[in-house]
Design a protein around this ligand. Structure first.
Ligand code: NAP
Length: 485
C-alpha cells in the first residue's frame, strides 16, 4: 500500500533560524522529503533567514550537507537534490534589526499561502511577528509556526500569546508539538473513535489506570544550559505528555475539525486535579558506568536542583475518569528509548477458571517509538492437554509489518505538520488557551517543589529511574509496565 500524496496549493515558506540545529536536523530534511514525494508544487519556494552573513549559494550548500547528514529522501533520484536546491533562497536578517526585511518582502511577491516558521529562540517571536506585519507580509493567507517552548510558565505564555495576537489571528498561529504529528498519536484517535470495540470500555468502569512513559537514553548533551532552566516538567510534561493525556482522555469531538478537537482537549486539562506532593517523584541522573557525565556535571552546576526525570500521578475529575489515575513519567539517561502509552484494563470481577488458572488484565499498549504500533494483551488457554491454564499473549500490530514493505516508512512528524500548515489545518497544533491551561496546571506543581526546596532524587544512568517512582505505584498496588512493554 503506497501512501497517497495529496497535493497542496503553491506556497512560500520562510524559515527563520534556517542555519540552526532544528532547521538542519528536522525542518529542511522534512521539506526535502515532501519535495521527493512530489508534494511540493512547481512554484513553491523556501527562503532561509538568519543573521549569518552567507549568500544563497552558501545556504544551498549547507542544506545539501544537512540533508546528507540527517536523512534525505529514501527513494529520491540523485538529480532531485538539484531541483530542491533551486527552490531555496537566503536572506540575512536580524529579528531585531532593520536590514534584510525589504529584500525578504521582495522575494514574496504573490498573495498566496505564506508560512513563516519561527525556528529561533522564543524571545524573538514577538520581534518577528511585528516586523512581518510592518513590512506588509501579513495577509489573510499568512501563517506563523512557533516552536516549543511556548513560554516558561503561565505568565510568559500568556504574554507571548498577547504579543502574537497583536499581529495575527489565532487561526493563523500554529504552535508545534511534534508529538502530535506522529503517526501513532493520530492512530490513537483512529483506534478510539473508529472502532466500536474500545469506546464503550474507555472509562473508569473498565480501565484501572493509564501509564504514559516517554523515556530517553540520552542525557542533556549540548542543551545543558537551556535544560537546567527548564527541567523535565517544563521540557516534556507540560507539552508532549499532557497532549498525549488529552488525546487519551478527551470526549469524542463531534467532528474531526480543529476547534472541536481542541475544545475537548482543553476540557481535559481543566478537569485535572492539582497534584499532591506525594504524587510526584523527581530524579536526576548520576554519572554512567560508561564514563558519561552525571546531570550536574553535564549542566556545569554541582548544586543544580533541576529534574531530569519526573513521575506524576494525575487525576481527572470528571464522570468518565474519576477513580482512574493517569501515571506520567519521563526522563533522560534511562535504560531504553521508549515512548509508550499503556491502558491497563480492570481484572475480571470473577474467574470461572479459578484463582490459580493464570491470566491477567487486558492491556492496550500504544507505542510511539521505537517500533510504532499497537498491542493488545489478551488471555487465552495455554495450548495442550492438562486442564485450563491461562496465558497472556499479545495481539500485535506493528505498523511497519501490518502495512507491509510497500507502505514505506511513515512520514516524519515534521513532514506532516508542515504540510498541515500549508493546508491550513490546525487540528494537530495547540491553541493558545490550551497552552495557557497546561501551564496553569503545571505552575503550582513546580512552585510546590521549589517552595519546599526539594532536591531531585539521584538515579543510576541506564536504570528505570528513581526507586521512589516504583514505590509510588506499589503503594497503589500497581507497577510500571517495563520501559519496553
Ligand atoms: P539554534 O541551533 O541555536 O539555532 C538558532 C537559529 O536562530 C540560528 O539559525 C541562528 O542563526 C538564528 N538566530 C539567532 N538569533 C537570531 C536573530 N536575532 N535574528 C535572526 N536569526 C537569529 O537553535 P535550535 O536548536 O535550532 O532551536 C530553534 C528553536 O526551536 C528554539 O526555540 C528551540 O527551543 C526550538 N526547538 C529546538 C529543538 C531542537 O531539537 N533543536 C527541538 C524543539 C524545539 P544566526 O546565529 O546566523 O542568526
Amino acid at each position: 500500500m503506497v501512501s497517497r500524496v495529496i497535493p497542496v496549493d503553491p506556497f512560500d515558506l520562510v524559515v527563520f533560524g534556517a542555519t540552526g540545529d532544528l532547521a538542519r536536523r528536522k525542518i529542511i530534511p522534512a521539506l526535502f522529503r515532501r519535495f521527493c514525494a512530489g508534494q511540493m508544487p512547481d512554484t513553491a519556494r523556501i527562503v532561509g533567514a538568519a543573521r549569518s552573513a552567507i549568500d544563497t549559494a552558501a545556504f544551498r550548500e549547507q542544506v545539501r550537507a544537512a540533508i546528507g547528514e540527517f536523512g534525505g529522501g529514501r527513494d529520491c533520484p540523485h538529480d532531485t537534490m538539484q531541483g530542491f536546491l533551486s527552490r531555496l533562497d537566503y536572506v540575512c536578517i536580524d529579528a531585531r534589526g532593520t536590514a534584510g526585511w525589504s529584500e525578504l518582502a521582495a522575494l514574496l511577491p504573490h498573495d498566496r499561502v505564506r508560512a513563516f516558521y519561527f525556528s529561533v529562540a522564543p524571545g524573538l517571536f514577538g520581534d518577528l511577528a511585528a516586523r512581518i506585519h510592518r513590512h506588509g507580509m501579513a495577509s489573510a493567507q499568512t501563517r506563523i509556526v512557533v516552536e516549543k517552548p511556548f513560554g516558561h510558565d503561565h505568565a510568559t505564555a500568556r504574554a507571548l500569546n498577547h504579543e502574537l495576537a497583536e499581529h495575527f489571528d489565532e487561526g493563523q498561529i500554529y504552535r508545534i508539538d511534534h508529538y502530535l504529528g506522529k503517526e501513532t498519536v493520530q492512530n490513537l484517535m483512529a483506534v478510539r473513535f473508529s472502532n466500536v470495540l474500545f469506546e464503550p470500555l474507555w472509562n473508569s468502569q473498565y480501565i484501572d489506570h493509564i501509564q504514559i512513559t516517554v523515556a530517553e537514553t540520552v542525557g542533556v548533551g549540548g542543551r545543558g544550559e537551556y535544560y537546567d532552566k527548564s527541567g523535565a516538567m517544563r521540557d516534556m510534561v507540560q507539552n508532549h505528555l499532557m497532549q498525549l493525556l488529552c488525546l487519551i482522555a478527551m470526549e469524542p469531538p463531534s467532528r474531526f475539525d480543529p476547534d472541536a478537537v481542541r475544545d475537548e482537549k482543553l476540557k481535559v486539562i481543566r478537569a485535572l486535579d492539582p497534584v499532591a506532593p506525594h504524587h510526584i517523584v523527581r530524579g536526576q541522573y548520576e554519572a554512567g558506568s560508561d564514563g558519561a557525565p552525571g546531570y550536574r556535571e553535564a549542566v556545569g552546576d554541582p548544586r543544580s536542583k533541576t529534574e531530569s526525570y519526573v513521575a506524576i500521578k494525575a487525576n481527572i475529575s470528571n464522570w468518565r475518569w474519576a477513580g482512574t489515575p493517569f501515571y506520567l513519567r519521563t526522563g533522560k539517561r534511562l535504560k531504553a528509548r521508549s515512548s509508550v502509552i499503556n491502558v491497563v484494563f480492570k481484572t475480571l470481577p470473577h474467574s470461572i477458571f479459578g484463582p490459580d488458572a493464570g491470566g491477567g488484565a487486558n492491556i492496550l499498549s500504544i507505542r510511539l517509538q521505537p517500533n510504532e504500533g499497537i498491542t493488545l494483551r489478551v488471555t487465552i488457554k495455554e495450548p495442550g492437554p492438562g486442564g485450563m491454564r491461562l496465558i497472556e499473549v499479545p495481539l500485535d500490530m506493528t505498523f511497519a509489518e501490518a502495512l507491509g514493505p510497500e507502505g514505506g516508512d511513515p512520514p516524519d512528524a515534521y513532514e506532516r505538520l508542515i504540510m498541515d500548515v500549508i493546508r491550513g489545518n490546525q487540528t494537530l497544533f495547540m491553541r493558545g488557551d490550551e497552552v495557557e491551561a497546561a501551564w496553569r496546571w503545571t505552575d503550582p506543581v513546580i512552585a510546590g517543589w521549589t517552595g519546599r526546596g526539594e532536591a531531585p532524587k539521584p538515579y543510576a544512568s541506564g536504570s528505570a529511574g528513581p526507586d521512589a517512582a516504583e514505590e509510588m505505584l506499589r503503594r497503589d498496588g500497581r507497577q510500571w509496565r517495563g520501559i519496553n512493554p
